[in-house]
Design a protein around this ligand. Sequence first.
Ligand code: PLP
Length: 451
Amino acid sequence: MAFDEVRRVVAKLESDIARGPIVPTVTPQEIQSYLAARYDFTKPLDLDDVTADVERMLRMWQVQVTHPRYFGLFNPSVTLASIIADTLVAMYNPQLATWRTSPVANEIERHTLAWLTDKFGFPANASASFTSGGTEANLSAVIVALTRAFPDYGENGLRGLSALPTIYMTAAAHHGYQKIAHMTGLGRRAIRTVATDRRMKMDLGDLARQVAADRKSGFAPFMVVGTAGTTAAGVIDPLPDLARLCGSEKLWFHADAAWGGAAIISPRLRPHLAGIDAADSITCDAHKWFSVPMGAGMFFCRHSDAVSEAFRVETLFMPEKTAAVHDPYKMSIQWSRRFIGLKLFFALAQHGESGYVEMIEHQARMGDVLRESLNRAGWRIVNTTPLPVVCFTRDGLDTAKFLAALHQRQIAWMSEVRLGDGAPAIRACITSFRTTESDIAWVVREMGRLT
Ligand SMILES: Cc1ncc(COP(=O)(O)O)c(C=O)c1O
């Protein structure tokens, strides 16, 4: 099938978005009354009219995250190949729960995941699956780690355990772990917040002290989450030392590389992820730095026996044992599952690994350009990272007022961030492979007029 029409539409959309506003000004009431007036669903509408109307709403009433000057939370610009892939998925609607239903879709996913499994330095027999996003991948990690550490957990739950399990991470770990602690039955109070050093990396001395103190008090430490690229500031915890400590303390080491994990394919950035190959499990999102549409997370685990134990199920409507094929529903959380992996496969096939490396290194370079430009313009940079996220401030800056003006004048989308006990600062992350040096120069110049 030729996708010339999609190509044409996407190209036009990209250029329209790049020339248009980034931040909408709209109230909930405005949208609600617009919808109520047009869509009471009592009579059918013309599909072309609905399409045109919804597109118009999407143009007017959302932050344009694919805009080259969207420097926000990690919502990427998306490649044409990944858009075409998602369209094909919607058209064929394969169900990937079992291998037999969707042999080719399952094998495409496994082929794509095997490529990244190898990049992370995991063994070829490691388990890997696509997830809805990083949160599901992190949830999977906690469930597998709990099941491995406490074999009784699967049947009797936490109430069957003699000691309460505890989990360790810094305050900068993703907020999703609070919900995960709730959902798994650990409870939010099972999360131990580990101190950080002056570069905001996990302080392993404090980790060791807390683990020892908890053991002494009758808790059962079982897992440490090291973040490889914190959401707020791009900090990479000391992965090699963390791996060693977890190994000697018999703790599960999960590397949350939801955003930063894509750096593993870049020869320039890969050294910053050294030690990730020693993790027990890894989260990496394709819908962040691999620039494919949401949702596309990935969960990698070196112990596939632990994964199958954690997610084993019996159903009345499925044969207990299928032939020697991989049935994803027995190795992960989801049953009905979309063909998530096709967008990464498609984009990799079109751009090749070298094209992807170029895209990722371009964004890292734009991060450096932004950092240097802000420095030259008198801003103070308050984070240190090789990843393209820059947190900055200036004496006396009113961040809320500054951001309101930045957005109102459609200069760029940035957000407020609080790092440790510091005052609020501005966070700007290069999330688009289309952001250029001239975008950055223009933004920094315009920002100077606001202060
Ligand atoms: C480090 C980290 N982990 C996990 C997540 C959650 O991923 P998702 O939004 O795909 O659920 C994020 C999201 O920003 C993240 O930055």
